[in-house]
Design a protein around this ligand. Structure first.
Ligand code: FAD
Length: 379
């Protein structure tokens, strides 16, 4: 069976690797495989601290993927010979004023209703865990199950694992979906050649909703959500600066600090609806540094080594679109929004099973692309 995957970001690559492992002939079409939003992302595996009201179905998927991470990381590192920076470090979400504290208390109540493992701490207890926190911290939630991985190492490892599993890379842009009769039949490149396939997966991240040739009624309603993010470096003299991911809601905006084992400290992230703009702005950098400084004043001492902006593939319900569409042969693996790195293991497993057996695993059924199918909604 021949599978073409349009888009070789973290989601396209994991789908390619897992599908090739099951014996399919897999081709990834992407001018820059291994690029995309994962080159920017923080890599939090934050099923619990990213929980939002009304997203309980997504929580189940996020938790299922988080549970797979240790075995996934070990298998991928073995297959690629590269480390992916998986770190079971836990997360501390803190509040800086009375409003933030009330919000965090509500989140804690939601965690308890959902049976999640999170513990309320006083401000003093938070600072005992993380001495670099500001003295004004009013309380926080300790979540020992929200970990992290390094998304750049993850995509590099997936690229190698794909190559070793026999995945073919066509380093070109797919100009349009090829359709033959009533079926998706491959990807058409700029020079007019078609990479033919029995099954096509659109995994083009924030661009998934604008691929030419995809019939209007199955075109995924995915939009770009811009995120600006900074990278700092913790010199050895300051280590350990933070021992776990620290995050906070400051004046309604989210800020987080993700400390890597190699000394990188990721500070993110803005969330902006500005189309395909990836400009790093003075205002974005200012807001991130201002909020992070309130949280951990010592960050201003650290070297700032990188500023970037990337595009999350947002969907109308913040959940991914996974599996077959109403067009025979066309599958989607997109719309992962804030959680694409977290959802990498389960997406790869579930798409590979769907593509090679035709059976859609139970855990991804709530995320069928057909929930947005325009012809179904109209009828
Ligand atoms: P992308 O990574 O965008 O990849 C899409 C690929 O498709 C690209 O390589 C592109 O070149 C290719 N492509 C597009 N159009 C075409 C075409 N026509 N033909 C061929 N190829 C095409 N997630 C987490 O889990 N944890 C986090 O902490 C986290 N932090 C984030 C912070 C920021 C600032 C941002 C921006 C994102 C963050 N994310 C996080 C989200 C995560 O990065 C995304 O959900 C994930 O990278 C989406 O992967 P993808 O492969 O679907 O899309």
């Amino acid at each position: 069976m021949r599978v073409v995957i349009i888009g070789g970001g973290v989601i396209g690559l994991v789908t390619a690797w897992r599908t090739a492992q099951r014996g399919a002939e897999v081709t990834v079409v992407d001018p820059e495989p291994g690029g995309g939003a994962a080159g920017v992302a923080a890599g939090m595996l934050a099923a619990v601290t990213e929980l939002h009201y009304g997203e309980e179905a997504l929580l189940a998927l996020n938790l299922a993927s988080a549970r797979r991470y240790p075995a996934f990381a070990a298998e991928l590192e073995e297959a690629s010979g590269r480390e992916i920076g998986y770190r079971a470090c836990g997360t501390l979400a803190v509040a800086l004023d009375a409003d933030d504290r009330a919000h965090l208390r509500e989140l804690h109540a939601l965690h308890r209703r959902c049976g999640l493992d999170s513990t309320w701490l006083t401000g003093r207890e938070c600072r005992r865990l993380e001495p670099m926190l500001a003295p004004g911290v009013r309380g926080g939630l300790r979540v020992d199950g929200d970990h992290q991985t390094d998304p750049r190492r993850l995509t590099a490892a997936l690229l190698t694992a794909c190559e070793r599993a026999g995945v073919v890379f066509v380093r070109r842009r797919a100009e349009r979906l090829a359709v033959a009769g009533d079926r998706a039949a491959g990807a058409v490149l700029a020079d007019g050649t078609t990479v033919e396939a029995d099954r096509v997966v659109v995994a083009a991240g924030s661009e998934s909703g604008r691929l030419a040739g995809v019939p209007e009624e199955v075109l995924p309603p995915v939009r770009p959500v811009k995120g600006q993010i900074l990278r700092l470096r913790v010199p050895p003299a300051y280590a350990p600066f933070l021992s776990r991911t620290v995050r906070a809601l400051v004046r309604g905006g989210h800020v987080y600090l993700v400390p890597r084992a190699d000394g990188e400290l990721v500070l993110g992230a803005t969330s902006e609806e500005l189309g395909w703009d990836t400009t790093v702005t003075a205002g974005g950098v200012y807001e991130l540094l201002r909020d992070a400084h309130e949280l951990v004043p010592g960050i201003t001492e650290l070297p700032l080594v990188e500023t970037r902006a990337g595009l999350r593939p947002g969907s109308p319900d913040n959940a991914p679109l996974l599996g077959p569409t109403a067009l025979p042969g066309l599958h989607l693996a997109t719309g992962h929004h804030r959680n694409g790195v977290l959802l990498t293991p389960i997406t790869g497993d579930a798409l590979a099973e769907t593509l090679t057996t035709g059976d859609v695993p139970e855990e991804i059924r709530p995320f069928t692309p057909r929930r947005f199918d325009r012809t179904l909604q109209e009828s």
